[in-house]
Design a protein around this ligand. Sequence first.
Ligand code: PLP
Length: 429
Amino acid sequence: MFEFKNTADFASLLDDADPLKSFADEFYFPIMDGKKVIYFTGNSLGLQPKITQDYVVSELEDWATFGVEGHFHGRNPWYSYQEILTDQLATLLGALPVEVVAMNSLTTNLHLLMVSFYRPTATRNKIICEYDAFPSDLYAVQSQAEFHGFNSDETVVMLKARTGEFLLRTEDIISAIEKEGSSLATVMLGAVNYYTGQYLDLKKIAEAAHKVGATVGFNLAHATGNVMMKLHDWDVDFACFCSYKYLNAGPGGVSGIFIHEKFADDKTIPRFAGWWGNDPDTRFTIPRKFVPARGARSWQLSNAPVLPMAALKASLDIFEDAGFDELRAKSVKLTAYLQFVLEQVNMEHKAATGKDALKIISPTIAEERGCQISIIINENGKEVHRKLTESGVIVDWREPDVIRAAPVPLYNSFKDVFEFGQHLLNALN
Ligand SMILES: *Cc1c(COP(=O)(O)O)cnc(C)c1O
């Protein structure tokens, strides 16, 4: 698809042609030995936008100026602060505004969603998830099964890649769903796997789950702000995401949920309720009986954590400025370039030593991945990672032998990718 060269000049040409290249200046990069690091860990913690401090300080100022009156008289009144995030989040998810709300933290939200959408019976109680799911997701679904009185070893079905393979095949996911059939209550998978970077076929999975009468939800921690989604059109029932990875909202940033519009007026769905989920017009009225607001908002428990939400708003404004279609187009090219550079590094290493240095385990086509590429380092991986860090490259290490590199289109450049390749080649020797 693309014609690439593994040279500094070629990388500069690609940067010159990049319409989004100036956005890197809007972020703070960690400095090592007086130089900006090559930061490829936006999949763990996105960099801080320079405008974030202003957004947060402005809420601190309103608090100083107005005290409690800031709920109604602040520049962005806190009483409805969560609402200013909704449209931009909905755009990133391919959702309607009524389907989205920012609230709580990610694992908390996963539990709240499972309470509503995992409602097992004596015969229909299985949960499908992936074997190499993020640990917190597994603990959440296992404890949900046990909360309902089931043995999670029997109830939680973990999908594994075929022997010798690293990625799940869509056909295998579908046949697992069909095999569980009427015993399957819920499918809960990571949309983009945190370890391999694989982007699952959400639409086909949702179809298959519904066909056997199960509910279907996804953890979008590694998908939001990274890949294009159409959660509404794909008929996904529920989803949750975090904002501190690709959304650059800062450590522990506020999470959010998606609940399909078809449930927006369904008051029969059981949920753990709080005052913020009540219809705002009757929040304080008597009789004291919970009246859910319309849509995802009714899953809110508490009043909005304004300071972390202000940090998220800063980042969402940058996403809107850049345009998500443009960002994704750059991301596809940037990650294709990373794949090319990694293959070149491997070839050069092999020419010198006769041995393969690395193996790419992420999908190699754009439709099946986001920006991240995970590689197995064949020998002395930990040492290679240490040398990379010393040379000013921040990538992430996963036991036993995997390096994850995520060039982020908002602030990474083609030159970053080229230089990463040079540092990796040095570190391998
Ligand atoms: C990052 C991540 C988490 C982290 O959960 P928190 O509740 O935010 O600490 C959970 N699940 C997945 C899939 C993740 O990628």
